[in-house]
Design a binder for this molecule. Sequence first.
Ligand SMILES: [Zn+2]
Length: 250
Amino acid sequence: MSHFYETLKQLREIPVLHTMASECLIPGNGGNGSSSGERTIGLNVDALDFSVALDLLGTLESWQGLVIDEQELPSKSGRKGSADYRVKAVCEFLQVHYEWLMKHESATDFIREVGEIHWRGLQATNQIPVKNTRVDCPSDMDDGTLCGGRIILKSTDTNEQITCRQCSRVWTTEWLIKVAATSSKTHMWVDIEVLVQHFHLTTSEVKKIARKHLVTTQGRKPELYSFKHFNDAMEKINDRILHLTKSKLG
Ligand SMILES: [Zn+2]
């Protein structure tokens, strides 16, 4: 039943990531020479977003609101205090009402949204493993297709600049991961260790899931997996476990 507790674990970690993010606001070398120059501010934009916490609080506090409304609890008076305090408070509240939320008809959304916040927290604090990760270059070409050149990521330094050999565009690791993780048109390829760490699975569990859900792979030794396909498979599995848990509990 380990997946059932994954979201609970994430709720415990979010306040820690939030505090860490404010320490990750180290200015990089502004103007990274990318051909279209999206990132020229020279600081860790993810860390900034995450430490300011507006989205994060909006999302989590709306789940808190749902619990309060539907359970007819006395409403929390106002949303006061520092961002740090509020993040901690709302995460604690959601942990207390965790089982109730997991049985709610919107539980799938709850799991997804907490998972996304947690993932952004990992990004903001530079904790996404990038070793043995390869990305299909997501540069838009003039004819509307994507470049697709293979870019190999080697370092965990998210400010590291990498040039695509095919289109000569310069990316930072951070920006490349961000685009690849959110775009439906391009893939990020990772080795098994990355999946083991990120999803807290064993090697044989990863292999079994990849086989069963026909996760696209590439190359051999090491074989690389499509991060997006694997993530989709995990979402399906979590949905099913949730469904089973619900019918067992209630
Ligand atoms: Zn390219």
